[in-house]
Write a protein that binds this ligand. Structure first.
Ligand SMILES: Nc1ncnc2c1ncn2[C@@H]1O[C@H](COP(=O)(O)OP(=O)(O)OP(=O)(O)O)[C@@H](O)[C@H]1O
Ligand SMILES: [Mg+2]
Length: 258
C-alpha cells in the first residue's frame, strides 16, 4: 500500500514572500473521507490549488505513487485528480446531460465523441444516478438549485474517472436537506475513491468526516478523528480565539465544541 492514496511532503506555496502553505505533510489513504478545516486564510484552498497544479509549489505531492508537483493542470486532471471550486463552475445554458457529456469528452478523440451522440454513455448515466440528477437530465444547469449544481460538478469529475476528489466547501449555501444528501454522497463516493472536503460547517463535519486535518497559518495544526481534533487544546485555542473576535461571519468562527 506504500504510495497509495495522497501523500504530501514539505509542500510550500509562496506568494510575494508570504508562505500561504508553509511546509505541509499529509497522508490520505484510499477510501478516506478527510475533512480539512481551519480559519479563513489558513491555506486550505491554496493547498488544493497546489495539488491540482493551479499554483506553483515546492515539495512533493504523490497520488498512487505518481508525482504531481511540476505537472500541468490538465495532466494532473488526467491522472485522476478532480476538484470543485468554492463557486460552482457549470455551463449554465447547457443541460445536465450536455454538461456531463462535455466533461466526459474532455481529452477524448472526436471519433469517440461522435459515436457517443447516439445514446447516453454508461459512465454518464451512472454518474447522473450517483449524484441524483437523473430526473433533471434535460434541464439547463442554470435552472438547477444551488445544491444540484454542486452535485453536477461532482458528476463531471466522476465521468472523468477522478479517483481523488477535492471538494472546496461543497455544502456552503446548501439547505439542510441538500447537506444531508451531500453527506450521504460522500460516503458513496469514498467506496472506491479518496475524498477530501474543505469545510467550515462543524455540524456537517461531525456527521460525515472520517478523519480531520486542521490547518492554521499555512501549517498543519492538528490531525486525527473528529473526537481527537475537537479535544485538541491547540484547535480549541484557534477557534475559540476567532469566536471571540468582534464580528465572526456566518461561515467562520464556529467554535469546535466538545
Ligand atoms: N493568488 C494569491 N496571491 C496572493 N496571496 C494569495 C493568493 N491566493 C491566496 N492568497 C493568500 O494566501 C492565504 C491562504 O489563502 P487560502 O485561500 O488558501 O485560504 P483558505 O484557508 O482557503 O481560506 P477560506 O476559508 O477563506 O477559503 C491568504 O492569506 C490569502 O490571502
Ligand atoms: Mg478557501
Amino acid at each position: 500500500m506504500s504510495g497509495a492514496g495522497l501523500r504530501v511532503r514539505d509542500l510550500r506555496v509562496v506568494f510575494d514572500g508570504f508562505a500561504a502553505v508553509g511546509g505541509v505533510d499529509i497522508d490520505i489513504p484510499p477510501g478516506d473521507v478527510r475533512f480539512i478545516i481551519g480559519p479563513n486564510g489558513a491555506g486550505k484552498t491554496t493547498l488544493v490549488d497546489a495539488v491540482t497544479g493551479l499554483v506553483r509549489a515546492s515539495g512533493s505531492v504523490t497520488f498512487d505513487g505518481q508525482e504531481l508537483v511540476g505537472r500541468k493542470v490538465h495532466r494532473i486532471a488526467r491522472m485522476g485528480i478532480g476538484r470543485t471550486f468554492q463557486t460552482a463552475t457549470v455551463f449554465e445554458e447547457l443541460t445536465v446531460l450536455q454538461n456531463l457529456d462535455i466533461a466526459a469528452g474532455a481529452g477524448r478523440g472526436p471519433l469517440t465523441l461522435l459515436r457517443r451522440r447516439r445514446g447516453v454513455p454508461a459512465g454518464v448515466a451512472e454518474a447522473m444516478d450517483t449524484v441524483g440528477l437523473a430526473g433533471a437530465r434535460d434541464r439547463p444547469a442554470g435552472t438547477l438549485a444551488h445544491g444540484q449544481k454542486q452535485w453536477l460538478e461532482i458528476g463531471m469529475l466522476l465521468v472523468q474517472d477522478a479517483r481523488l476528489l477535492l471538494l472546496d466547501e461543497p455544502v456552503a449555501g446548501m439547505s439542510h436537506d441538500e447537506r444531508d444528501a451531500t453527506g450521504e454522497l460522500l460516503g458513496v463516493l469514498s467506496a472506491d475513491r479518496t475524498v477530501v472536503v474543505i469545510e467550515h460547517d462543524m455540524d456537517f463535519l461531525r456527521r460525515y468526516a472520517r478523519t480531520v486535518t486542521v490547518m492554521h497559518a499555512g501549517r498543519i495544526l492538528s490531525e486525527g478523528t473528529v473526537a481527537q481534533v475537537q479535544a485538541d487544546p491547540k484547535v480549541r485555542e484557534v477557534y475559540l480565539g476567532r469566536a471571540a473576535d468582534a464580528a465572526p461571519t456566518a461561515t467562520t468562527g464556529t467554535p469546535v465544541e466538545a
